[in-house]
Design a protein around this ligand. Structure first.
Ligand code: ATP
Length: 251
């Protein structure tokens, strides 16, 4: 049995009388791409925010690599290998793609306390930034101002900024949102290639993407996980179809 990388135990988050997260249990296994799906208002965003550290749970525990991180601030979670793309980092729109990536690499490596001595030489920072640009498919856009990138390219850059933190688990919150079909097609192979080197927890509305990318899917309804399984198991799960998918994925 592969060790759990992330474990959520009895997580609760209330908004007044609403239980946005209702005693939720979920496990992400090392190396998997795990998708969370569910109807509007099911609690997906609230859940991702608790995992990334933007929101505190009212009850329950978040265990990452065997350590309880329930009350750890966001930056310390990133330092431990839990990064969130889209929202943890903001692109500097007036800077080039290369500079954005180099700044992110330096921010990670500069966590050394020896502030009078750079933790990494400039050329190593630039080399790593170039390699990241190649990985996210922006190797040909190094000198482009990030504000001039197409929407989909900015999304790719955001993933690159998260990757610069060298995560073990990457949280992707609706990466395909607002993307056209052509742009989505460039993100799919990236997520697929990432899954060879790290674990991914993905919230996504686009069912085609989810069923293609995920090793396992958890279905969230009213703050609870009603089913977890392979895409095939979820597709054929009677409770899931009744509560959410209907005939959407049967075609
Ligand atoms: P969507 O797919 O529409 O983005 P979601 O699955 O991400 O929805 P959440 O946004 O997490 O769901 O919301 C879960 C529940 O908590 C909903 O009933 C929502 O109205 C409520 N909620 C979320 N944020 C707040 C808030 N800041 N104050 C009050 N209620 C909130």
């Amino acid at each position: 049995m592969t060790a759990p990388l992330l474990e959520l135990r009895g997580l609760v988050r209330r908004y007044g009388g609403i239980l946005a997260t209702d005693h939720l249990d979920l496990t992400v296994i090392e190396g998997e791409t795990h998708a969370i799906i569910g109807p509007n208002g099911a609690g997906k965003t609230t859940l991702i925010q608790q995992i990334s550290g933007g929101l505190s749970p009212d009850e329950g525990n978040i265990i990452f690599q065997g350590k309880d991180i329930t009350h750890l601030p966001m930056n310390q979670r990133v330092h431990r290998g839990l990064a969130r793309s889209y929202q943890i980092t903001n692109i500097f729109r007036q800077c080039t793609v290369l500079d954005n990536l180099a700044l992110a690499v330096q921010a990670r490596s500069g966590s050394s306390m020896r502030f009078w001595r750079p933790a990494m030489s400039e050329s190593r920072v630039i080399d790593e930034a170039r390699a990241l640009a190649d990985k996210i498919g922006l190797g040909g856009r190094l000198d482009t101002l990030s504000g001039n990138l197409a929407h989909g390219e900015q999304r790719l850059l955001e993933v690159g900024l998260a990757l610069a933190t060298r995560p073990r688990l990457l949280l992707l919150d609706e990466p395909m949102a607002g993307m056209g079909p052509k742009e989505s097609r460039s993100l799919m192979p990236l997520v697929q290639s990432l899954s060879e080197e790290l674990s991914v927890l993905l919230v996504e509305h686009d069912m085609e993407t989810v069923f293609q990318l995920a090793d396992r899917i958890s279905v969230l309804v009213s703050g609870r996980v009603i089913a977890t399984g392979t895409p095939d198991e979820i597709r054929h799960n009677a409770e899931v179809r009744k509560a959410y998918l209907g005939d959407e994925v049967s075609a």
